[in-house]
Write a protein that binds this ligand. Sequence first.
Ligand SMILES: Nc1nc2c(ncn2[C@@H]2O[C@H](COP(=O)(O)OP(=O)(O)OP(=O)(O)O)[C@@H](O)[C@H]2O)c(=O)[nH]1
Ligand SMILES: [Mg+2]
Length: 749
Amino acid sequence: MPRDLILGTAGHIDHGKTSLVKVLTGIDCDRLPEEKARGITIDIGFANLDLGDVRLGIVDVPGHERFVKNMLAGATGIDLALLVVAADDSVMPQTREHLEILKLLGIRNGLIALTKADLVDETTRDVVGLELRELVRGSFLEDAPIIPTSAHTGLGITELKDALREMCLRVGSEEPNPLTPFPKKEGGTEPKTVLSPSPCSGPREAPLTGPESKQGGVGEGLQPQPTPPSPLPEGKGEQARDPAVFEATSADNSFSPFPSGRGDGGVGSSPPSANAHRGGSSWFRLPIDRSFVVQGHGTVVTGSVVSGSIAVGDELEWHRGDGTTDLVRVRGLNNHGRPATEVHRGQRAAVNLAGVPHEQVRRGQELARPDYLLPSKVVTVRLFASAEGRHGIKHRLPVRLHVGTSEVMATVSLLDCDTIDPGQWGLAQLFLSEPVTTVWGQPFVLRDSSAEHTLGGGQVVQPTAAKVRRRHIEAIEQIEKLWSDELQTRALAVAWFAGTQGFEPDDLVRSAGVEPNQIEGLVSQLTTSGKLTELAFASNRRLLIHTERVTQLEARVLDTLGTMHAENPLMTTHDRQKVLARLDFVGDEQLLQAIADRLLRTKKVVGDTRRIARADFKPKLSANQRKLKDKIVEAHVSAGFAPPEPKEFANQAGGNATALKDIFEVACAEGFLVRVTDEIYLSAKAETEMRRRVTQRLQTGPGATVAEIRDLLGTTRKFAVPVCEYLDRVGLTKRAGDLRVLAEPAATG
Ligand SMILES: Nc1nc2c(ncn2[C@@H]2O[C@H](COP(=O)(O)OP(=O)(O)OP(=O)(O)O)[C@@H](O)[C@H]2O)c(=O)[nH]1
Ligand SMILES: [Mg+2]
């Protein structure tokens, strides 16, 4: 099975990148009329090179300083770089800038082509070679071969192919990933611990160690820049959307949506399975770099597959770059102009999508497995200020964020310092003018707001973040934990930030760099050890919450119950709904019910689905007094409107008048009895019935006398007078001469 990898060119304008790709592949990546006319590359172009056991997708980038943003879109998702330097020109500004960008993007493998070798003598070549060695010292290209080539004489082309093949085989066995974090030796000093308030400069005492090899909410913004840059490259304009431009091209520009069967095009005897490839166990993701229309088939989008795989017929989420998404179906697939049944990481892909209007597709959008990515206007990052930069990166600096194929205006909020000095790291949040879709560990690049210089870059630590207060030590410590080598530590930090809202297991792929096949094991370790708590809801909802947060919520429920017990010391239990209603700021009724159930299960609370009390609450009545209370309630229920007098129970209360009063008050507080006077209590049921009858009677006619109300209730005058006064008191009736009328005429009881 051939190995698929993506190679990107890099280097200063006119140094011979496109010419070199052409002699290597026979494909001219400069396709646009404007590119032809001006003799320069404007936007990224594509080619492919079959080296037998290695298949390379090639992204050729422009060297012009004005088109660095296109270079950045092309460099996303590449596995290897081919740094091109003209022997007659040596190291130039974009040689440096492109190399810096490749380093920031975490590219770890590459070769150097010393082009136009036919134009210089041996001595010049050697001098330029020395300058190059100096340039790449300490970078991923430090030990890369420098191969003199000529697109005109063919010098070095065979050697270059051999070197490429050899490197690809080595890279394949190293299992690289485009989301590899910044290699330590190139990244300057790692972020310091955050407890020091000083600027991010000077040596760090306790460096944050990041993993050597990893894979891959909205807060208040700090006023991002108003106008996001145009999604289309300068000079290309609508031409990029012109199907004719693309249909005429080779590589992945020509699209034929129907696979022509197994073994087609030298791909092998069967389509490779998703897991047979590096990153194959990850979820699919493709940052879109172009789109076009194919007559009769509709919209086709292209990009480098940065993780996972897809097959024809799959459903994907189309992230439109404005925070909205749509589910779309893969109607057909192409890889370098050949139909394919599936495409995977390391391949260029052209995806024919059903139901996607072409005019709505733009660079910077993404296709991904549904529910993998989440757009966010705030991301938390580890940020490195380029050693080349003069001023470092200051708090509140307006910048351009380049991540994936998107470019978005942003404002930097430095969390642990005021300035990141050149060559240093810091922790930051980026507040964006448009939402972006990122994953944990994803590299990005920052350029200045006028798009003239590369300022730095780093890795995403929180793809969807809420605003963190600067120098908030606890939050910053948790952010540092998100960069731990340990999956468990990262997952717990995710849980910490998710708070009482919790998170779903699958979120860990995006927010902690956990491989999908590691989720179950990780979650079960964390729940078994009691660090995470899983709450299952009736609705099949499965939420993971940091156990500390669960404990906090439990404490809140207990506190609330405690307050209610203190407010009503006579009440033995409280209405569960009313208790939880006092915590409605938590904003999740299901969660509170689950917490109450846990408290019942762990016997910190007693009761049932209706009424609850703290297990440690000491009710005011003894067990015997409670029995008497039940008896009294019973007697009142059966007596209706002719209730017994309290003193009838004095003997049973041991002659203790205060205790007897308490018993009646508890019965009232618990809602069983209603006090009319100290001598008259009604059962709650009788009181409700009384209100109903009186209301009904008074709804018609002039009103009713006390005698009439007495008859209505079938009781005595001695009882009727205080009852009428009670009804006045509670606002149901009022006096009108000798009569009682409804206090609110419209009241219906
Ligand atoms: N003599 C000589 N000329 C070369 C060689 N390679 C490229 N050129 C010439 O250099 C000029 C620029 O070549 P390109 O391949 O377009 O350079 P590029 O790096 O792709 O330029 P941009 O994409 O615009 O950054 C063209 O006129 C080429 O013919 C070479 O090996 N020898
Ligand atoms: Mg070119």
